[in-house]
Design a protein around this ligand. Structure first.
Ligand SMILES: *Cc1c(COP(=O)(O)O)cnc(C)c1O
Length: 705
């Protein structure tokens, strides 16, 4: 789920309203017909898709969450607005001599709209109904419809060249004027808008900004090409338009601006009223005898229409209740629940900053010798950060090897769409081998017995051999050189790598350093032996995070960072995770009062206690009771009494105003995981990997440190 600071979308809607006015007034007409074409027939064509995407962005998650009944209020409101606006333009239509037959009326109401800009409303309603009612059809169907639309729009020249194509579209054009309607144009953009809420961004704001700009250039090129080849029947749909819109939308979301609902309303009203303003400005100019001046200089005309439309829009929003949100009585708790983010985290959540992970990848890469790649360790759900999202963020940085602990974790990762190598570090069991084969996982051969099971499976499995150089956990004893060599010669195994694991690489003690160096030496002498036997040992790896940071320059193919990837370990690393909860209530105790289970806390002075919405079931170690801290308004509040399953008490006597609903930092800036773990008598790995299933994960992209 993404954090919704969607002000960028609100601002851009305003810009789109401006583009639509430009589209209908051609401000550059006299300056340069080409520039005008580019503005009105190419760039301005981003406006309507954008409106559609914004709708999809808010509507589809609601439908997904609450079911199709969430579509009803949307359709009701939309139909009402559509009816109102149709009536608003009826006088103009009649004045222009609009005398439709019944079929024409039907066609106009369902597809074309009864006035030139009104096609948007039926397109929106029809498209939304389609996308919400056929939710499983997804991109292939909406993409196909869009392509069909294209062939009746910007690329109609191609279609018309084929007799069959021409006949087909002739029939279609009996049903509607244009293919830019609810059937062909709207669904894909509504769908893409909804899709954006489900896929966290893989890159940062700057990337999306530049990419959107590049895509706009592509669109410009396509627009010029279509024009040059004279292919267009109408120029509203382009092949590159969905790409442009996707990148643009991502960029606007990544700006993380605060929401501006008033701009949202204003842009709708401007869209609705501007054709009236076009008529009004023309009429006024005529009455005042200024027609030649105003209509003769398109830019002035555009400016006047814009001014009057926005002026009218502001007045409308002020005085007409239509389209204004109902006043909701403010809730008694100050829980921030913005209108458009019903799913923003409430009780207890972990914010994961994917740009920090990217930063850490860079730091680690600088520690590695030439030719050594990262194998990102994402076991235990990415140390509590979310394996899938972390793996995707890594993949976007060119990491193409991953390590997990179990076949099940590997399977889940593969099913979420992660490609590249996935190594299972733990011991696997025969019942899991068929999954390993099916999902193309690489298994660890842990010892003789295990290797026998692997070889007996029937189909050769991909394998890395674990070597025990001193940890005495899994692995072939390093001295068993012959049996290790035999594995390479066994045709029932595809041995692709050889690895070992340090057990004390993070220690600075002289003895521990010697021990680690001995582990490395033993490993490389095994490698020498294998090479002497004419065996290519495959890819070699031995360092986890501490090994990468403290034992540089080991000649391997992979290094396997876990903890450091998530920013734990100090130095230049940047922690990716912030764990937060809220204040549920504040209590005042008199001296001598006790609090919590076993009455473990006794107030020595008048004390204010905050009840926090986190407990040991969420992964807050029970050992922190009486020992740890949380941060409220940036100040440390001691955790007191016993940590409960779902709640915890903190002493906030020394902290200014603390209200129910206030945010509390449990791990994060000013309170690093390593320090919290230390207070609890454990290590950050344990702390992070035990964050509970109730802790919601929220992904964000900030590039500031
Ligand atoms: C967990 C694990 C790692 C990653 O360890 P970190 O200390 O988190 O970097 C690497 N290799 C193996 C074999 C592991 O089990």
């Amino acid at each position: 789920m993404t954090d919704r600071r969607t002000g960028g979308l609100d601002w851009f809607r305003l810009w789109c309203a401006l583009l639509v006015i430009a589209n209908h007034t051609s401000p550059l007409q006299t300056l340069s017909p080409d520039a005008d074409h580019l503005l009105t027939q190419v760039l301005a064509r981003t406006a309507v898709p954008f409106f559609l995407m914004v709708t999809g962005y808010f509507l589809l998650p609601a439908v997904e969450e609450k079911g199709r009944k969430a579509l009803l209020p949307f359709l009701q409101k939309g139909l009402l607005l559509y009816a109102g606006v149709t009536l608003l333009y009826l006088p103009l239509q009649l004045y222009k001599g609009y005398r439709p037959g019944p079929l024409q009326i039907l066609r106009d109401l369902v597809f074309d709209g009864t006035f030139y800009h009104l096609w948007y409303f039926p397109a929106l309603l029809l498209g939304a109904a389609l996308v919400c009612l056929l939710p499983r059809r997804g991109l292939p169907l909406w993409g196909l419809l869009y392509l069909l639309g294209l062939l009746g729009d910007s690329y109609y020249g191609l279609t018309a060249a084929l007799p069959a194509g021409k006949t087909l579209y002739d029939v279609l054009f009996l049903c509607f004027d244009q293919t830019r309607n609810g059937l062909f144009l709207a669904p894909i953009f509504l769908y893409l808008g909804g899709r954006l809420t489900k896929t966290p961004p893989r890159r940062d704001r700057r990337f999306y900004g530049w990419a959107a700009l590049a895509a706009l250039l592509l669109l410009t090129g396509e627009g010029l090409l279509v024009k040059g080849l004279e292919l267009a029947r109408y120029s509203t749909m382009y092949l590159s338009l969905p790409l442009v819109m996707w990148l643009l939308f991502r960029w606007l979301c990544a700006l993380e601006l605060p929401q501006r609902p008033s701009l949202r309303r204003l842009s709708t009203v401007v869209y609705v009223v501007h054709p009236w303003m076009i008529v009004a400005v023309r009429g006024c100019a005529k009455v005042m005898g200024l027609s030649e001046l105003v209509v003769g200089s398109p830019f002035l005309f555009f400016a006047l229409v814009t001014l009057s439309s926005f002026g009218g829009g502001v007045l409308w929003c002020r005085f007409l209740p239509l389209n204004r949100p109902k006043k909701v009585p403010s809730p008694p708790l100050a829980l921030p629940r913005p209108l458009d983010a019903p799913r923003s985290p409430v009780r207890c959540w972990a914010e994961v900053d994917l740009s920090a992970v990217r930063h850490n990848i860079g730091v680690l890469r600088r520690c590695l010798p030439e030719g050594c790649q990262l194998m990102a360790v994402v076991k235990a759900d990415g140390y509590g950060h979310g394996a899938e999202q972390i793996a995707r963020a890594c993949a976007a940085q060119g990491v193409d090897a991953f390590a997990v602990a179990t076949v099940e974790e590997g399977t889940a990762l593969r099913r979420s769409g992660v490609s590249g190598d996935i190594l299972v570090l733990g011991r696997s069991f025969p019942a899991e081998f068929s999954d390993a084969l099916r999902y193309d996982l690489t298994l660890t051969a842990a010892d003789d017995l295990h290797a026998g099971e692997l070889a007996a499976f029937g189909s050769p499995l991909r394998v890395h051999i674990a070597v025990d150089t001193g940890m005495h956990r899994l692995g072939f004893p390093c001295g068993d050189m012959e049996s290790i060599a035999a594995l390479y010669r066994n045709p029932q195994l595809k041995v692709e790598g050889l690895y070992t694991h340090f057990c004390t690489a993070d220690s600075g003690e002289r003895e521990d350093i010697a021990y680690t160096e001995e582990q490395a030496r033993a490993f490389f002498s095994l490698v020498e032996f294998l090479r002497g036997q004419g065996i290519t040992p495959g890819v070699l790896h031995l360092q986890a995070s501490a090994g990468i940071l403290h034992y540089r320059g080991l000649p391997c193919g992979y290094a396997r960072p876990g903890l450091a990837l998530y920013g734990v370990g100090g130095g230049d690393l940047r922690p990716a995770l912030t764990l937060k909860c809220r204040v549920a209530a504040v209590r005042t105790l008199s001296p001598g009062d006790t609090a919590g289970y076993e009455r473990a806390f006794t107030a020595q002075r008048p004390t204010r206690l905050a009840v926090l919405t986190i407990g040991y079931a969420d992964g807050l170690p029970r050992a922190l009771g009486g020992r740890g801290y949380v941060l409220i308004h940036g100040k440390a509040a001691p955790i007191v009494g016993r940590v409960c399953m779902d709640q915890t008490l903190a002493d906030v006597t020394e902290i200014g105003e603390v209200l129910p609903g206030s945010e509390v930092i449990v791990i994060g800036p000013g309170l690093p995981a390593a320090a919290v773990a230390k207070s609890a008598g454990t290590i950050p790995n344990e702390l992070l990997s035990r964050l509970g299933g109730r802790v919601e994960r929220v992904y964000r992209e900030t590039s500031s440190p």
